[in-house]
Design a protein around this ligand. Sequence first.
Ligand SMILES: NC(=O)C1=CN([C@@H]2O[C@H](COP(=O)(O)OP(=O)(O)OC[C@H]3O[C@@H](n4cnc5c(N)ncnc54)[C@H](OP(=O)(O)O)[C@@H]3O)[C@@H](O)[C@H]2O)C=CC1
Ligand SMILES: CC(=O)N[C@@H](CCC(=O)OP(=O)(O)O)C(=O)O
Length: 347
Amino acid sequence: MKRIKTAIVGASGYTGQELLRLLLLHPHVELVAATSRQEEGRALSAVFPRFSKVDGADLPFMLPDPDAIAATGAEVAFLALPHGVAAEIARALLERGLKVIDLSADFRLRSAATYEEFYGHPHPAPDLLEEAVYGLPEVRGEAIAAARLVASPGCYPTSIILPLVPLLKADLLEPSTIIANSMSGVSGAGKKADLSLIFCECNESARAYGVPKHRHLSEIEQELSIAAGEDVTISFIPHLIPVNAGIVTTTTATLKDGASAEAIGRVLDEVYGAMDFVRLLGEGSCPDTKNVTRTNFIDIGWTFDPRTNRVILMSAEDNLGKGAGSQAVQSLNLIFGLEPTAGLQFV
Ligand SMILES: NC(=O)C1=CN([C@@H]2O[C@H](COP(=O)(O)OP(=O)(O)OC[C@H]3O[C@@H](n4cnc5c(N)ncnc54)[C@H](OP(=O)(O)O)[C@@H]3O)[C@@H](O)[C@H]2O)C=CC1
Ligand SMILES: CC(=O)N[C@@H](CCC(=O)OP(=O)(O)O)C(=O)O
C-alpha cells in the first residue's frame, strides 16, 4: 500500500514529539517533513535519541516554510504550533493542496467572536472556521473523513465532552448543573520556559488554576450545547498535578426529573461499547491515569448518588495521547480511509 506523505509542523514540542513517535512507526505513513526553527538541520534522532535506529529518524528538522513543506510532496500536515501561529500556516498549506490536522485551538470554535473573547485577540482566519471540523472521532467520524481541515480538540475538553455527549443527547442530565473538575500533568502546558512550571514549583504540590473562565470552556460549552440542543454553561475547574502526563476528570450533573439512573450505563454502552478507543470500566469503577498514559484510550467510569440525585462521571486519558497526538492520528486514519486503529494499537 502506498504510504501517505506526512508533515509535522512544530515537531520539537511535546505534542510534536508524540506525533513523531506515532508517525515514524505508523504502517501507512511516510514522514517527509518535521519542522523546528531551533533545531533546523539536526536529525530527529540527534535531537531525540529515543528515535535512534528507528526508520526515517535521520530526517533533518526544517524551517516551517509552507513552500518547502509542500515541496516535500506532503499530502497532509499536522500542526503542533501555538494558537495564533497555526492559523496562518494552515491557510498557506491548504492553498498548496495539503490537508491539515491542527492540534491548536485556532479552528475549534464556530464563532470568531467567541475565539476573541476567550483567546484575547481577533481570529487570524475567520473565513476558514465554517469548513473546519471539530476532530472528536467518536462524535464526528463522518465529517472528519470528508474534511480538508480538522481542528483536534483540547486535552481537557476531550475528557469532559466524551462522557457527557451521549447522556445529553439522551436527555438524561440537567445541563445547567454540570461541574467538571480536572487534573492535568505538567506537559499539558507545553515545552515552554515558565517559572510556575519548573520542578520545584510543581513537584509535591497541586493547585487549581484558570478559574473561573479557562479558555477550554469555549469549546466545551460549544460541543455540549450542540449535544443538548440548547445553550449550556458549565463550571470547569482545572488543576495542575505533579506528573508528566495524564488527565483525570470528574464531572457531576443532576439527573433529569423522570430519567432513570440505570439508563446512564446503558446509553454509554450503546454509544461507545463497540468503539475502539473508549473503554467503559463499568458502574462504580474509577479510572486511573496510569492505565492510559502513552495510549489512545479514554477510560470512563460512572456512578449515581441517590442522596444528591447527581450522576458522577469519571474519565482518564493522556493529555498528549487521546488529548492531542494520537487523537489527531485517529483523524488521519479517517481522512485516508485506513483502519481506525492503524498505528494506534499500543498499551
Ligand atoms: N501539551 C498538550 O497536552 C496539548 C497541547 N495542545 C496544543 O498543541 C499545540 C502544541 O502544543 P505543545 O506541543 O504543548 O507546545 P510546545 O510549546 O511544546 O511546542 C510548540 C512547537 O511549535 C514550534 N513553534 C513555536 N512557535 C512557533 C512559531 N512562531 N512559528 C513556527 N513554529 C513555532 C516549536 O518549535 P520551534 O520554536 O523550534 O520552531 C515547537 O515545535 C498548542 O496549540 C497546544 O495548545 C493540544 C492538546 C494538548
Ligand atoms: C496543564 C496546562 O497548562 N494545560 C493547558 C492546556 C493544554 C491544551 O490542551 O491547550 P490548547 O487548548 O491550547 O490546545 C492549559 O491549561 O493551558
